[in-house]
Design a protein around this ligand. Sequence first.
Ligand SMILES: Cc1ncc(COP(=O)(O)O)c(C=O)c1O
Length: 449
Amino acid sequence: MFAFDHLPVPSLRMLPPGPLALELLARDSTYVSGSYTRVYPLVVERASGAVVEDVDGNRYLDFTAGIAVTNTGHCHPEVVAAIQEQAARLIHMSGTDFYYRPQIDLAERLAKTAPGPRRHDATAGETGPSPKKVFFCNSGAEAIEAALKLSRWHTRRSRVIAFFGGFHGRTYGAMSLSGSKVVHRRGFSPLVSDIHHVPFPKSCTNSCEKTGCAMVKDIVDTLFRRVAPPDEVAAIFIEPIQGEGGYHILPPGCMVALRKLCDEHGILLVVDEIQSGMGRTGKLYAVEHTGVEPDIVCVAKGVASGLPLGAIIAKANVMNWPTGSHASTFGGNPVACAAALVTLDLLEREYMNNATTRGEQLREGLRKLATKHTYLSGVRGLGLMTAVDLQTAAERDRVIQNCFRRGLLLLGCGDSAVRFCPPLCITSEHVEIALRILDDVLTESINPR
Ligand SMILES: Cc1ncc(COP(=O)(O)O)c(C=O)c1O
């Protein structure tokens, strides 16, 4: 059904970059900003399912999904058809000043599938635990900006709590909330004020229920007592699984404890599902693994299978800002909304389940590799949001570059981790191929210490 993902993969005609790629790379270095973070010289021509082809005809197995975006696979035929049909009907009108069906349909769908215990309402049918409203924008960072503005507006409070290791985007509010790497911030001050960072409980043993949550205790004993009175705190922003920060999973007990803390002090719980959402962890949202209902959920990346779209889904009583207070010319573009509606169908029909199964297969394989290559450690993840640590960032980058040369596309995250965030349509065979290439590369490129 995908155009060419049945072709043998990987299939390299030459060691990349080939001649056509080299030509484009030279023009790129002349004309394109040097701020991007490319680790290897992949110049893409086309893609299908989990297969990417470069301009020289080399075919790669994609375990990046364009940074966790093409969750339904590259150019899924149903997504392509929906985009083509909508583009022929209406490309733009702006939801800021006008109304159109795809945006309303998508808002209803996102509101009704928002995280939290399900409820049945006689008139509305299956709904989330409380009514939701949706604001549309174009990217992850814009979703975070919207959530930050809404939190401050709704609570009339200024302060916000975020986490070290968290990454929320590159615009001023999102950058100020991020606590991942200094390169994201250096030279860009002054940042947005009144944002306080606390440690993310990476090594928590999820014993919050028995012993009380150490992370929350620390916020109460230190932050609330010394610098940020709780009645001035508008929101806590958290990724259920830190993405760029290293694929660290927040223990479910910590999310429950955060919810309780927020309820006690009238603070909004804002969950950044930009990377962890849209089926990647085997559920539509990663926070569903904890049973917690957030006040605001931020989505982007995978929501429209590669078309630029972001959204925040908030409790209806929280999203009570007035006309004109926030808007976006392109946000909720009809073509992107049409792609998102089909994306949700596909995730529900098959890809969320596949993410669970393939994720287990991948982690099982990585654990086996870790017994052979003992410098591999920390296999972790949920569904197809999986990572493993090498010893150093340099080692990790070398492994990723060598995998590229053998036809496997990977990305790094955190201090020295390799992340695996393939399209959710990958097959069992794709997982085996990826593990085999990684095994070969580790054997050749790392000298055991
Ligand atoms: C968790 C998370 N939040 C926000 C963002 C920012 O999204 P965007 O790059 O679309 O602005 C990212 C991007 O990597 C992300 O992973």
